[in-house]
Design a protein around this ligand. Structure first.
Ligand code: SAM
Ligand code: SF4
Length: 460
């Protein structure tokens, strides 16, 4: 029996792609191992959203080279760097056996066969045409014992944000037909999953036979599913219909990740984001009116080409005004072939030390706001979906509130239960407390808690 190890970089899309790879490899009678040194096959599922992610991937490849030298392990690179670099990657890394893009996951058996049988170094990075693309269906058995799961509803992106490499690495938007999505959700519910997150680069432009709002409403009606989430949305197609779904369907969780990227209109224009700060705020206010108390999170890029101190001050002002629950903030990283990278000299690169200093200022403000938001919850009772033991202390339980806040607490409810937790203390990113009552038991009793589905994935 051969063993494989998958090292996953980047976002939830990549984690999901790694799961699909595991399923394909399982059919080849490969088994997962959590120890790369024991693997006969190592795959790096890569991310190229920022340069740092690419650097991390190259240094990991260097480490796995010693495994290859010791036991003849096959080494492959998939994901966005593979799609971007194609055969250049084989030239750059002479000990690499194969390179495959996100559309070639189903071809892994053939690729591995060619590498082993014909001693060939293989590159498979062709796109599958939109009309012909078939989304790989998740095997629900790999989710047995899990409480929350991700379900892919679309791939690719038709936007042209000038900083972003995704349209180059993931191709045109393709939506998954809604009956397929709902069938996968129903399969997951049958093995005990109670919360699903629908994922895509820009789920608001979903076109799989019904609107995205309708897809959310239909997902919420699947028996056994109690919580529905989604990510990511682009503000420019956030429809009134979607906002209305938040008003009418309580199973759609009160958390919205709405990346704004900058608080300055001239910067947004150069980013080609197609909205102004006022339009963004109008959508956000409407959402807050539809679902009072909804938690808002966002993504921000600092140091975008031409960003002045005044532009950055507007991002700080927006942060204070919205009072986000949390922000994911990044230093601008020029990406190959993107509009902003090509125009960086013309617009004016921001010096690295200025980018770092701005990032620190922004993160300090957000930490304070997040701390104030969570501190206000101390002494209150919150509803928590229990996911299992706490990562920090196995004697405690771990779960999330409807607003997606993480909670570690004293209690005994099994994974899949809904409980009331009294919040006793809080940090900017976490709540802690004790279980006061069990609201509902799991739909499927977990056989044992510790072993999660075996997928030997390391996410970095
Ligand atoms: N589709 C999502 C949207 O439209 O907001 C974003 C997906 S992207 C994988 C996640 C985040 O990475 C973006 O929101 C942006 O903040 C950040 N990002 C993308 N390209 C970047 C770059 N070149 N430099 C720094 N951050 C970047
Ligand atoms: Fe990238 Fe913009 Fe598409 Fe998001 S919407 S994936 S930031 S191009």
């Amino acid at each position: 029996m051969k063993r494989y190890f998958i090292h996953t970089f980047g976002c939830q899309m990549n984690v999901n792609d790694s799961l699909r790879m595991s399923e394909v490899l399982g059919k080849l009678e490969y088994r997962p191992t959590p120890v790369p040194e024991e693997a006969d096959l190592i795959i790096l599922n890569t991310c190229s959203i920022r340069e740092k992610a690419e650097d991390k991937m190259l240094s990991a490849l260097g480490r796995y080279r010693t495994v290859k030298l010791a036991r003849g392990t096959l080494l492959g690179v998939g994901g966005c760097v593979a799609q971007q670099e194609k055969d250049k990657l084989l030239k750059k890394v002479p000990y690499l056996d194969f390179v495959f893009g996100p559309d070639s996951i189903v071809k892994l058996p053939e690729i591995i066969g060619r590498v082993q049988g014909e001693r060939e170094r293989v590159v498979e990075t062709a796109w599958v045409d939109s009309e012909e693309y078939v989304f790989p269906r998740a095997d629900p058995e790999t989710s047995r014992g899990k409480v929350t799961e991700f379900v892919t509803v679309m791939k690719g992106c038709d936007n042209v944000c000038s900083f972003c490499v995704v349209p180059h690495t993931r191709g045109r938007e393709v939506s998954r037909p809604f009956p397929d999505v709902l069938a996968e959700v129903a399969d997951l519910a049958r093995v005990g999953v109670r919360e699903v997150t629908l994922i895509g680069q820009n789920v608001n432009s979903y076109r799989g036979g019904i609107s995205f709002a309708q897809l959310l409403l239909r997902t919420a009606e699947v028996p056994g599913i109690e919580r529905v989430r989604f990510t990511t949305s682009h503000p420019h197609d956030l429809s009134d219909e979607l906002i209305e779904a938040f008003r009418t369907q309580p199973k759609i969780m009160p958390h919205f990740h709405l990346p704004v990227q900058s608080g300055s209109n001239p910067v947004l224009k150069r980013m080609r984001r197609d909205y102004t700060v006022a339009q963004y705020l109008e959508r956000l206010e409407k959402l807050r009116a539809a679902r009072p108390g909804i938690a808002m999170t966002t993504d921000i890029i600092v140091g975008f080409p031409g960003e002045t101190e005044e532009d950055f001050a507007l991002t700080l002002e927006l942060t204070e005004k919205v009072r986000y629950d949390n922000q994911f903030s990044f230093i601008y990283s020029p990406r190959p072939k993107t509009g902003a990278a090509l125009k960086e000299d013309e617009w004016g690169p921001v010096p690295h030390e200025v980018k770092i200093e701005r990032l620190e200022r922004l993160q300090k403000i957000q930490r304070r706001i997040s701390g104030e938001v969570t501190a206000a919850l101390v002494g209150q009772e919150v509803e928590v979906l229990v996911e299992g033991p706490s990562r920090y202390n196995p004697l405690k339980r771990f779960g999330r509130t409807p607003e997606n806040r993480t909670v570690n607490f004293d209690g005994d409810a099994p994974a899949g239960s809904f409980v009331k937790v009294l919040v006793e203390s809080a940090t900017p990113n976490q709540l802690a407390g004790k279980q006061m009552a069990v609201l509902s038991p799991p739909t499927v009793m977990p056989a044992a808690e510790a072993p999660q589905p075996e997928i030997s994935c390391v996410v970095a």
